[in-house]
Design a protein around this ligand. Structure first.
Ligand code: GLY
Ligand code: MN
Ligand code: MN
Length: 369
């Protein structure tokens, strides 16, 4: 992954001698490790990546994923695998591989304090600097291999989005529906979910980050399903909203307004556009409807090796969109005590606008009870 190392180094100022990424124990794994070394499977707890200014990467892997590591490195002449046991062996090898490098860049946003304390101790000559902004800037635009993985993750999410209406029946619980969705994602090739699946029935839909429970589906309920697949470590993020049984005229109109808000946001996407304009395009639609003020979150965020991949946008984010960014567009309207509607898609910013990654139908769907 020489090109990715070079991309991170381009954003680093001043230039360090090396960039060191260290994983702790799951879930404290820095996904930047997998950005620099695109191994599709394996846990890599305690592993270290040392990326040098010339684009070469040393990977310290435990014996637990050595085979996956060796396999992935076969396709990349710039990656060298070192299989080590935890603890002292790792420290001695890091000392050796860092060698004469004095100025080390670290990912302050992800490195655990324990790792930092160890590094200070066993690399007494080194100076450390924060690489987290450079890493974020490098990771926010995707290369073709990343887009291919994201597309597959989005295809899986979209396929399940199409299946959800057939899973709805009176009395199913939120957790049961979430389990069915996750099972289907794995059947389609996902290695897991990209975050805790949200299934919200009725009034629960008014809380964007609701956690599903034992509530049973009843006629007249709105349904918000927000979920995503992990495919070769890349995360999709899709939300579809449905209605079950007895019609609710207000929620039907709410859905139409959210569709319109999403279309307005999508039309604002192009390289060079201020990110806040995408948010504001959606907000203007919602704020000129009867549901003014009911958009209660930023309209999107970048996706990648994690579902919230380090960058998001709202009415105050001046950053400009760049070609190759993979982002969500997810306006919603939330009505406490009643229900909610959110429509979320994943797109890639292209030369002239955007391209959808997620493809499941977005229009209002009433499922008979
Ligand atoms: N899945 C949480 C979100 O859409 O940001
Ligand atoms: Mn999202
Ligand atoms: Mn989501």
């Amino acid at each position: 992954m020489k090109a990715r190392v070079e991309k991170v180094f381009r954003h680093l100022d001043p230039k360090p001698d090396a960039l060191l990424i260290a994983n702790a124990v799951d879930p404290h794994l820095d996904q930047t490790f997998f950005y620099l070394f695109a191994v599709p499977c394996g846990l890599f707890e305690g592993s270290v990546a040392i990326a040098h200014a010339d684009g070469e990467v040393d990977i310290l892997s435990s014996p637990l994923e050595a085979e996956s590591a060796e396999q992935a490195a076969k396709g990349d002449p710039h990656v060298k695998i070192h299989v080590v046991n935890r603890g002292d062996d790792t420290e001695l090898l890091v000392q050796k591989l860092v060698g004469g490098a004095r100025a080390l860049a670290l990912n302050y946003r992800e490195l655990t304090h324990e790792w930092f304390t160890r590094l200070v101790k066993f690399l007494p000559e080194a100076t450390f600097a924060d690489a987290s902004n450079a890493i974020r800037r490098a990771r926010v635009t995707k290369d073709p291999e990343e887009i291919a993985r994201l597309r597959k993750a989005a295809d899986i999410g979209s396929a399940v989005g199409r299946e959800i209406p057939s899973l709805l029946r009176e009395g199913i619980t939120e957790l049961e529906l979430a389990a069915e969705m996750e099972y289907r994602m794995n059947r389609l090739g996902a290695s897991g979910r990209s975050f805790s699946t949200i299934v919200a029935f009725g009034p629960h839909g008014a809380e964007p980050h609701y956690q599903p429970g034992a509530t049973r589906l009843a006629s007249g309920d709105s349904i918000v399903c927000d979920f995503g697949a992990l495919y070769e470590r890349y995360a999709s993020d899709i939300t579809r909203s449905y209605h079950f049984g007895r019609r609710d005229e207000e929620l039907k109109r709410v859905h139409e307004t959210v569709e319109q808000a999403q279309r307005a946001a999508l039309e604002a996407i192009r390289p060079g556009a201020p990110a806040k304009e995408v948010h504001l395009a959606a907000q203007r639609v919602i704020d000129s409807s009867p549901w003014k003020g009911r958009l209660i979150h930023g309209v999107g965020h970048s996706i990648g090796l994690v579902v919230h991949d380090g960058w998001g946008y709202n009415a105050t984010v001046d950053d400009l969109l760049e070609e190759g960014m993979a982002i969500t567009v997810e306006p919603g309207i939330y009505l406490p005590g009643h229900g909610g509607v959110r429509i979320e898609d994943d797109v890639v910013v292209t030369k002239s606008g955007y391209e959808f990654l997620t493809t499941a139908p977005r229009s209002y769907l009433e499922v008979p009870a």
